[in-house]
Structures are given as structure tokens and as C-alpha cells.
Design a protein around this ligand. Structure first.
Ligand SMILES: *Cc1c(COP(=O)(O)O)cnc(C)c1O
Length: 381
């Protein structure tokens, strides 16, 4: 069976022999032109026309009022917590099944991750597990949500749209609203993914994106915050620019700020890549359909597909095996045969740094742990 799978994946990528990576970027648009233009302009650092242009393009691409460009997606998560009012010693709810950046960013703010289970289908935070957990441990006092077990405030919730599949984000926001918890969507993997007509990242208070080399759209390294709240957008720009008070020559600052602004050089590339977004997503969705048709007939392995009512960018296609043994055999066979595959991240609560963090019952996360594998998912251009 593994032999057939490898043959199919290779055929789908027209790569009969060479090493086949999980996700390769493609630069076939205006990347060179815009980057050269940025160099010629001498504006290569964090001020420049491409930064402004990228922020406009990004806001338009996701249908948010504002977008702020940052150096990466991890920083975007950090800043969003400050914007949402997370203070050191607070708890921030997130899912155990995510890339480490989500949990790390919570730690950067001196806050404590609190892990709540995911759903089996979307692999995103489960609104029903969230409700159950909050009803068990939380109380609302003076408009603040307090964890009765620890006495700490639950100051934010960061669900993540896993592999570009869309979490039940409206329901998550509804539960969080009841408990006075602001929602920050980690949409790093889901540029081009929609819940109904709404782009991921625009349904909570704030949303974050990443333009790292392995993401759907890349500018080497980059991130963005999106929001419909003007005051938050202004604050994001201010805090990420060393909290410098705008003035023609004075250097004065009114807070401890961060040097998190995206350089114009990267923004030039980001503009060119964003022009390709629709085509990239279309290609990725076509590949996903081909995978789904192929795996439909195979026992023992399922190809994960989008939920009805959602549109996935299929950033990384994922297979689900029935047990760890079969998953490990598949990982070994594919990687031995030059087809890169990768298991899903280790659960955050199993990592040394986060093993003592508060958590709910993680039933689905445990089921998914050791059974999910990502397979090659490039744009095929
Ligand atoms: C990629 C990613 C990030 C941010 O990554 P950066 O490399 O800092 O841009 C954050 N969260 C998730 C889930 C990611 O996949």
C-alpha cells in the first residue's frame, strides 16, 4: 500500500525521482521586480512604500479594516496579547495541538498556557470542550474571567486553524464572549481559508498571520496582525515601532515598545506573493481534491478534508492512520523513498516547558497524537 501511495504522491507532483519536500515556495510573479525596486529606493528597512502597500493588500485580502505588518507570526501573537490586555501571571487558553509558537508567545507575555481539547474533525479548539472547561473552573467577577482553581485571570483565548482547516470559530467566540474572554485567532496557517464568507483571523478581536518560508505565502520571514478595531491597529503599529511618538526629529517614547516591524525589503516580496494568493490557494485545493479521491478507496488511512460551510486553503494536507505503528511505518517508508512526510506536533502539554500548565481533558488531542501525518502540499507551479 505504501508503495502505491508514494507513487501517487510523486505523480501528483510530477516528481518521479527527485526529493519531494513537504512545502516549497514559488517565486514566479513580481518578487524580483519589487525586491529590486525596494533596493533601488534605498528604503530597505522598516519604513517604506511596500510596507504600506502590503498592509493595504493584506487587509483587503482577508476583508479586515486594518492590517499591521510584523517581522514574524510569533511576534504578532505576542503583541496581540498585549493589545488584548493579557498581563504577566494571567492564563491564556489555547489548544494542546499546535505549533510551538502559540504556546511560546503566551510565555513571552509572562502568561501561562491553559490547554483545552481540540475537535477530531477540524483539529482546532473545541467550543464544547471550552464551554465544559469554563463552566467547571471559571467565574466572571467585575467583568473579568477568573480561574477558581488557580485564582488567576483567564485573559485571552488563542484558537488555531490547524493546517488551514477552519476551527468552529464563531462558536468559540460566542463561548468566550459569555465569559468575557477576548479571542485572538492564530491564523498563521490559514491565509485563504474561510468560515462561510468570513476569512479566518477576522472573526475574533484580533488575528495573526505568518509569512515564514513554509507558509502558503512567504516573504522570507514576516507576520501580520489584522483587526477591525482602529484603536488596536494604531496601538499595534505604535508598540511594534519601539513605541516612538511620531515626530520629525524628536526621539521620545511613551511605553516599552518592540522592534517588530516588517522591513520594506520583505514587504516588497510579500506584496508580490500576495498577488499570487488566489492562484496558490486554487492549486492547493485542486491537489487536496486529488488526494481525497485517491485515499477514499484505501483502508486504514483517511485524508482529512474541510468541514461543510468552510473553505480550507489546504496549507498542508493531512492523513490520519488508525494507530501509531502504521503511522510510523508510513513515515519511515515515505522518508526512505524521498517523499517528505511529517508527524503532527507533539502535544504542548507533553513538552517539558508546559507539562505543569493547567489543562482540561484532552481526549481528542490524545486520539490525534501519533496518528496524523502531513504529506507534500506545494502549489505545483
Ligand atoms: C507558522 C506558525 C506561527 C508563526 O510562525 P513564525 O515563523 O513566527 O512566522 C504561529 N503559529 C502557528 C500555528 C504556525 O504554524
Amino acid at each position: 500500500m505504501y508503495k502505491e501511495i508514494v507513487r501517487f504522491i510523486r505523480e501528483a507532483h510530477k516528481t518521479p525521482e527527485a526529493f519531494l519536500p513537504l512545502h516549497e515556495p514559488r517565486f514566479v510573479g513580481n518578487e524580483r521586480k519589487y525586491v529590486m525596486d525596494a533596493i533601488d529606493s534605498t528604503f530597505v528597512s522598516s519604513v517604506g512604500a511596500y510596507v504600506d502597500r502590503f498592509e493595504e493588500m493584506m487587509a483587503k485580502a482577508v476583508g479586515a479594516k486594518y492590517a499591521v505588518a510584523l517581522v514574524n507570526g510569533t511576534n504578532a501573537l505576542h503583541i496581540c496579547q498585549i493589545l488584548a490586555g493579557v498581563k504577566p501571571g494571567d492564563e491564556v487558553i489555547t489548544q494542546p495541538l499546535t505549533f510551538i509558537a502559540t504556546a511560546n508567545a503566551i510565555s513571552y507575555q509572562g502568561a501561562i498556557p491553559h490547554f483545552v481539547d481540540v475537535e477530531e474533525d477540524s483539529m482546532g479548539l473545541s467550543p464544547s470542550a471550552l464551554r465544559k472547561r469554563l463552566e467547571l473552573i471559571a467565574k466572571v467577577e467585575d467583568g473579568k474571567c477568573i480561574n477558581k482553581m488557580t485564582g488567576r485571570r483567564i485573559a485571552a483565548c488563542i484558537p488555531m486553524h490547524t493546517f488551514g482547516l477552519v476551527a468552529r470559530i464563531e462558536e468559540i467566540v460566542e463561548v468566550c464572549n459569555e465569559f468575557h474572554i477576548p479571542v485572538i485567532e492564530d491564523a498563521a496557517e490559514s491565509l485563504g481559508s474561510y468560515s462561510g464568507e468570513k476569512h479566518t483571523g477576522t472573526i475574533g478581536l484580533l488575528g495573526t498571520f505568518s509569512f515564514n518560508g513554509n507558509k502558503t505565502v512567504t516573504c522570507g520571514g514576516g507576520g501580520a496582525i489584522v483587526t477591525n478595531d482602529e484603536a488596536l491597529a494604531k496601538r499595534a503599529k505604535h508598540l511594534t515601532t519601539q513605541a516612538k511618538i511620531p515626530h520629525r526629529w524628536e526621539y521620545a517614547h511613551d511605553a516599552i515598545g518592540f522592534n517588530y516591524r516588517m522591513p520594506n525589503l520583505n514587504a516588497a516580496m510579500a506584496c508580490a506573493q500576495l498577488e499570487m494568493l488566489d492562484q496558490f490557494v486554487e492549486n492547493k485545493r485542486t491537489l487536496a481534491k486529488e488526494y481525497q479521491a485517491f485515499f477514499k478507496d484505501l483502508n486504514k488511512v483517511t485524508c482529512i478534508s474541510e468541514r461543510p460551510g468552510t473553505t480550507s486553503n489546504y496549507w498542508l494536507n493531512a492523513l490520519r492512520f488508525t494507530n501509531k505503528k502504521e503511522r510510523d511505518e508510513f513515515l519511515l517508508y515515505t522518508n526512505d523513498h524521498g517523499v517528505m512526510t511529517r508527524p503532527i506536533w507533539k502535544l504542548m502539554n507533553d513538552l517539558e516547558m508546559f507539562k505543569d500548565c493547567p489543562k482540561g481533558e484532552l481526549v481528542n488531542a490524545r486520539k490525534l497524537d501519533n496518528t496524523i501525518v502531513n504529506i507534500p502540499s506545494s502549489v505545483r507551479i
